[in-house]
Write a protein that binds this ligand. Structure first.
Ligand SMILES: Cc1cc2nc3c(=O)[nH]c(=O)nc-3n(C[C@H](O)[C@H](O)[C@H](O)COP(=O)(O)OP(=O)(O)OC[C@H]3O[C@@H](n4cnc5c(N)ncnc54)[C@H](O)[C@@H]3O)c2cc1C
Length: 385
């Protein structure tokens, strides 16, 4: 979509584009866009951090560039268009806003600068076996013992836990009150004795996920964010930010561009009316999604929270990512078969399509499943239930 930028924003776009051209590492093959290699991802985040652009959604007082919503939008689309990965979201898009709103001055001073500099990875300890969609039923306990909490339980599906220095964790601190009121939000050092990480491999062939076992893990009480029992409020606040980030609109625009150029380079595809029709349908959906994304960004720019619309964005964003990757696999044909694609002629986007397709099956699950988002939308926007 061609947006009418002011001359200042246009100049900003040129600056970001030139920087990306000079600094994005050469395409590393199918992994690009899916953060699965620690060294590549860490080096990229430090480079952005040094430039002051990693925490690009943050205000200057916390180490962000203090950009306007339009500048943030421009930065993210240029980043994606250059084929560069997003920063790991757990510190940047999730914990950062939480600490800015609920953290003590000490917590802000200690944890925010290393996130903005790209010096540290965080992970998110929400889900447990049996407590995913029904998150408030979580059973991991944190019992106060002097100036510590003692944490026991299990977390699961913890993305990048094996990279992370810290985990932000929802724990039950009170079993006597209604379940939402008994939850607290704790920051835990991953090296604390009693915390064990076990890997879970996924169908895309990478190690993104983990299980975490916590046995008598002693956490300083000063690592409680907000008040005891305020964890559910914080969790909900964080999830709206997570869902807006998950929609991945800039990356879908990039993948769509790649698909369009792959099709254009192959006359048997480019001249096929069914293929053209499929591309057109994807383009229309993507444009509608982009407008919705811009509306949400506008709310945030005016100082309002992303709101329940972030659930709609998450649903459509996930569907879009899946639909584009499906088209990439199906139109790629032989080039998209992983066991043939090293030798097969064909565009890069087809060669990496199967891995992306498999990974993106999860996009309608993580951050709260699409079914749950539809329930949220029905309740908050339509007043149902
Ligand atoms: C790749 C990936 C990365 C993830 N990363 C993290 C992470 O870093 N940290 C973290 O804490 N969690 C993470 N998760 C976990 C994710 O948030 C949960 O998987 C998700 O919330 C669903 O929970 P569940 O797996 O327990 O499924 P369940 O809640 O058991 O759901 C199973 C099915 O039932 C449906 N369902 C359940 N309840 C309802 C309902 N009321 N109405 C309609 N349908 C319903 C669901 O939509 C789903 O299809 C990750 C998951 C994946 C796949």
């Amino acid at each position: 979509m061609d947006l009418d930028f002011s001359p200042e924003d246009q100049a900003f776009r040129e600056e970001v584009r030139a920087w990306m051209r000079a600094n994005v590492p050469p395409k590393a093959g199918p992994e690009i866009g899916l953060p699965s290699h620690l060294e590549t991802q860490a080096a990229w985040e430090r480079k952005l951090g040094k430039q002051g652009w990693l925490a690009y959604n943050w205000p200057t007082e916390y180490g962000g560039p203090g950009w306007t919503a339009t500048q943030r939008y421009i930065f993210d689309t240029e980043r994606a268009a250059a084929g560069a990965p997003v920063g790991s979201p757990f510190g940047l898009a999730m914990l950062g806003p939480v600490l800015m709103s609920f953290g003590t001055p000490e917590q802000k001073a200690r944890y925010l600068p290393p996130i903005a500099a790209g010096e540290v990875f965080w992970c998110q300890g929400y889900s447990e076996p049996g407590s995913g969609s029904d998150l408030a039923s979580l059973k991991t306990t944190a019992v106060r013992d002097g100036d510590h909490y003692v944490v026991n339980g299990q977390k699961i599906w913890t993305t990048q836990a094996h990279w992370a220095s810290y985990i932000f964790c929802l724990c039950r601190t009170n079993t006597e009150v209604p379940k939402q009121q008994g939850i607290s939000f704790l920051l835990i050092d991953m090296k604390t004795p009693g915390l064990e990480i076990r890997p879970i491999m996924t169908i895309d062939g990478h190690h993104h996920l983990n299980e975490i076992f916590l046995s008598d893990v002693r956490v300083p009480a000063e690592n409680l964010v907000g008040k005891e029992g305020q964890g559910w409020t914080i969790a909900k606040f964080l999830l709206t930010h997570e869902r807006t980030a998950i929609a991945g609109v800039s990356d879908s625009l990039y993948q769509m561009d790649e698909l369009r150029s792959a099709v254009a380079s192959d006359p048997s595809l480019a001249e096929d009316p069914l293929v053209r029709r499929r591309l057109a349908a994807l383009e229309v959906d993507l444009m509608a999604l982009e407008y919705t994304n811009l509306r949400t960004l506008d709310r945030v720019a005016k100082g309002q929270p992303p709101g329940p619309e972030s659930s709609g964005l998450k649903v459509k964003g996930a569907e879009m990512q899946q639909a584009i990757s499906e088209a990439q696999v199906e139109l790629g044909g032989l080039s998209a078969l992983p066991w043939m694609s090293d030798d097969a002629a064909g565009h890069d986007v087809f060669r990496s399509a199967t891995q992306r397709y498999n990974f993106l099956r999860a996009s309608s699950i993580y951050g709260g499943t699409n079914e749950i988002q539809k329930n949220v939308l029905a309740k908050l926007l339509l007043g149902a239930g």
